[in-house]
Write a protein that binds this ligand. Structure first.
Ligand code: ASP
Ligand code: MG
Length: 450
């Protein structure tokens, strides 16, 4: 059984949805197809939710109308037959009358979650109707009937497995379709796995049912060695280990949701990244194996704040770091990078929600300095300490860039460098030119992305 997940851009246009059906029909064996909402839909739903929260129903309804028009135009190009067009129109009308109804009553956080769920509910239903039209046998399995999270919003894999098995008992179709992103929480209410969570859904299903591969189809031909949107001469990486992929996804490679690695890794299910628009391109295969050594890729995470705590009391004292960490723990704020000297420690965070409170409490421990608008540039690969020269290459490539922090040796897979965000694009290009010239020569047969 394969899990095949398609993102918003892969289903965001009628001809792309046709392409998705082709990919499914040429994939042999049983498969579970996980779909995102059509691109732009979840953003629009978030906006509608904001207006409703702010008691601006007119503004909300304006977006609802625009979105509904978009869907009505979409089905005219998606479908040909009167009967299936009729079914699709009914689907659209029923979901949009639910959404409109939200503008009449009092809105709540719970209703907002139900609102956000509409995107995936509509996309899967429309796709299912299209498969009916082209006579592809398929079964729609509602994610809300099996995807569950606990009180800490963590997925309950054994429960997901059990629910799934009950639902698919006796199902004959080779193709099962379900929604990404949406789930039920510990109260049985509609919830979600956070923005971009459809990848996570696919990985959780793959882990729960012990699938032989999780495919994530997007609009790029695999994970690239660097950000193709801002860097020239990037290329797709053929193979990555779970550890490397996790670092890259966490540190900014937009192609894969960071949470989606651990279920696949824990249950040892390979993840393959593929391009819906270029289905023959190799893409990237992520497995437990570490096939090549050396530098694999670079990613960057913006919006980082660096906090330095300087105290002469740290000198020869123990327990100082613990006291610092306890403050971050109290505010549930996780630290990404850390560097220490004998009298000071610098850490980075990406969630500024409690920055003021954290700073206030840190003030009691020493002199605190905050630098905002920073970027972590993360160089990922398999670095064995006997292999010399990796760090030299990095530093050399970045010699014109002001570096605020460096972290090396925390794992064998990551060198992180903190720089002001204004230097991000330049740093990524310099690293690309400095670190990948030789590698690129080997993959010159592959077309660069830009
Ligand atoms: N539709 C959701 C979002 O845009 C989930 C996803 O696409 O992965 O965040
Ligand atoms: Mg996505």
């Amino acid at each position: 059984m394969k899990i095949i997940k398609f993102g918003g851009t892969s289903v965001g246009m009628p001809h792309r949805m046709h392409q998705v059906a082709k990919i499914i029909n040429t994939t042999p064996g049983k498969k579970i197809v996980v779909l995102s909402a059509l691109s732009g839909t979840t953003n629009a739903l978030v906006e509608i939710g904001k207006y409703l929260t702010n008691h601006q129903p007119k503004e909300a309804i304006f977006i609802v109308d625009t979105l509904e028009d978009h869907y009505n135009a979409f089905v005219t190009d998606l479908l040909k037959k009167e009967q299936t067009i009729g079914l699709a129109r009914q689907t659209i009308t029923s979901h949009f009358s639910f959404i409109r109804g939200l503008a009449d009553g009092s809105f709540s956080e719970q209703l907002n979650k139900e609102l956000l769920a509409q995107g995936e509910l509509i996309s899967t239903r429309l796709f299912y109707i299209y498969l009916q039209e082209i006579k592809t046998d398929a079964k729609l399995i509602p994610a809300l009937d099996f995807m569950v999270i606990d009180v800490d919003k963590e997925p309950i894999i054994p429960q997901i497995k059990e629910n799934w098995q009950v639902l698919v008992r006796g199902v004959q179709s080779d193709t099962m379709i379900t929604q990404g992103f949406i789930c039920r929480n510990h109260l049985g209410e509609i919830d979600n796995l956070k923005r971009g969570g459809s990848d996570y859904s696919a990985s959780l299903i793959g882990a729960a049912i012990g699938s032989d591969e999780i495919q994530i189809w997007t609009d790029i031909d695999g994970m690239h060695n660097n950000d193709p949107r801002v860097v020239k001469n990037t290329f797709p990486i053929e193979a990555l280990s779970f550890d490397e992929a996790a670092e890259l996804a966490y540190f900014g490679a937009k192609i894969l949701h960071p949470s989606s690695i651990w279920p696949a890794q824990k249950f040892n299910v390979p993840v393959r990244l593929k391009n819906t628009m270029m289905p023959d391109a190799k893409g990237t295969l992520i497995t437990a194996e570490e096939l090549d050594k050396g530098i694999k890729a670079i990613a960057a995470k913006e919006g980082i704040t660096a906090i330095k705590i300087k105290s002469s009391r740290m000198l020869l004292a123990h327990g100082f770091l613990r006291r610092i960490f306890e403050i971050f723990e109290k505010y549930k704020t996780s630290i990404d990078m850390i560097t220490t000297s004998e009298v000071a420690v610098s850490v980075t965070i990406d969630d500024q929600t409690y920055l003021d409170q954290i700073k206030q409490e840190l003030d009691a421990l020493g002199f605190v300095e905050v630098d905002s608008d920073m970027t972590i540039v993360c160089i990922v690969g398999s670095f064995v300490s006997e292999k010399k020269g990796v760090i030299n290459k990095v530093i050399n490539a970045l010699k014109e860039i002001p570096i605020r922090m460096i972290s090396y040796g925390g794992s064998r897979h990551n060198i992180s460098v903190l720089i002001p965000s204004s230097y991000k694009n330049e740093a990524l290009q310099l690293l690309n030119d400095g670190l990948f010239a030789e590698l690129r020569a080997n993959v010159d047969h592959q077309e660069p992305v830009n």
